[in-house]
Design a protein around this ligand. Structure first.
Ligand SMILES: Cc1cc2nc3c(=O)[nH]c(=O)nc-3n(C[C@H](O)[C@H](O)[C@H](O)COP(=O)(O)OP(=O)(O)OC[C@H]3O[C@@H](n4cnc5c(N)ncnc54)[C@H](O)[C@@H]3O)c2cc1C
Length: 319
């Protein structure tokens, strides 16, 4: 049996968890899902559709929001009870963090960001290292495999299964398990209400934008296309845009239908976050910019002229 941690944000499922459920089905027909926090119980139908037969819900008065160490503790108790062959989660920052706590509690290794998993003795995984520039082939020497599934390595596939059976349990937490918790939140949504991870279109800007005010043009284009704005790390480090909009190794990994990279050179740490985009359009003054290797379409020119021209052409076409 495979146990899959299904992550959620105040009851709203993380779509990457559906990829983890799909990956789990390649390993076993018997799938249990687990959500931490009672407001996750609403995902009963959807985890069933993706092949989970049982949904375990870990509820505790101290778990009112994301509490990663408490998740690790709850998972360790469930593992002791259910004895799964593997515990999987999405290879998101939260999935990696919660399973790392589980591995620490159980004192066994954890394999993060796996694109392929073969159960055995030892287990074998392929996993992304160095921002996806190196694929590591590794053996994991522990009876239980704890692993996260590389974002976008598996397409989510529903099998239209029936709703999972609900199994409530209350983990026994220690006070130290809830010291790391959310104190406040700031919105990661664009003006149009689209988050980076959900956006079908991302208009991303780099140092070439030249300053915070230069992003007004990118915002206008993104809104017109029903998308949102992203950026490189230079932009967040310069304080032009918030970190929530950073794409890359130390930002968000995205895979929209359309990624427009304007004034971004294509450092490997940026590419790691956007190379799975379905169509990549590059706007850059430098015909030798490394990002051109990943471009489906490229416009060699000044983004301050190209973006307003694109915006006006799209607006005219829409009218
Ligand atoms: C551990 C680590 C983690 C990192 N994580 C990330 C990460 O998550 N995300 C990330 O993005 N970076 C990350 N970086 C930083 C990364 O290495 C690069 O420094 C950064 O991505 C470069 O940003 P940029 O492309 O905006 O700037 P630059 O490399 O300076 O490129 C600017 C580009 O704009 C073009 N340009 C200039 N003016 C114009 C114009 N008017 N019109 C059109 N084009 C123009 C230039 O030709 C150039 O190609 C990380 C680095 C480290 C060491």
């Amino acid at each position: 049996m495979i146990l899959v941690l299904v992550d959620h944000d105040r009851g709203e499922i993380d779509p990457l968890s559906l990829r983890a459920l799909t990956a789990a089905r390649k390993l076993s027909q018997e799938i249990h899902a687990v959500v931490i926090g009672s407001d996750g119980a609403g995902v009963l139908n959807i985890v069933g559709e993706y092949g989970a037969q049982i949904l375990h819900v870990a509820s505790h008065a101290a778990i009112t929001d994301y509490t990663p160490m408490a998740s690790g503790r709850a998972l360790s108790e469930l593992v002791e009870k259910l004895k799964p062959a593997a515990v999987l989660a999405a290879g998101s920052p939260r999935g990696n963090e919660q399973l790392a706590h589980l591995a620490a509690f159980m004192d066994i290794p954890m394999a993060a960001e796996c694109s392929e998993i073969t159960l055995g003795s030892p287990h074998h995984v392929l996993r992304a290292r160095w921002a996806g520039n190196l694929i590591e082939s590794a053996h994991v020497h522990s009876e239980l495999l704890i692993a996260t599934v590389l974002s976008f390595s598996t397409e989510p596939q529903s099998i239209n299964g029936p709703a999972a059976t609900l199994a409530q349990f209350q983990p026994e937490l220690e006070p130290a398990d809830t010291v790391v918790k959310i104190l406040s939140r700031s919105s990661g949504e664009s003006k149009g209400g689209v988050t980076l991870i959900d956006a079908k279109v991302i208009v991303s800007g780099g140092r070439g934008v030249g300053g915070a005010e230069g992003f007004a043009n990118l915002e206008e284009l993104a809104t017109l296309l029903g998308g949102t704005v992203g950026c490189s790390r230079v932009v967040t480090s310069s304080g032009w845009r918030p970190h929530a909009e950073q794409v890359g190794q130390t930002g968000t990994k995205v895979a929209p239908d359309l990624y427009i990279a304007a004034g971004i050179s294509g450092a490997m740490q940026h590419i790691a976050g956007m190379k799975n985009s379905k169509t990549i359009v590059v706007i850059n003054t430098d015909p030798e910019a490394p990002i051109l290797r990943y471009a489906d379409y490229a416009i060699i020119g000044d983004l301050h002229q190209v973006i307003p021209a694109l915006t006006s052409a799209i607006r005219q076409a829409k009218e």
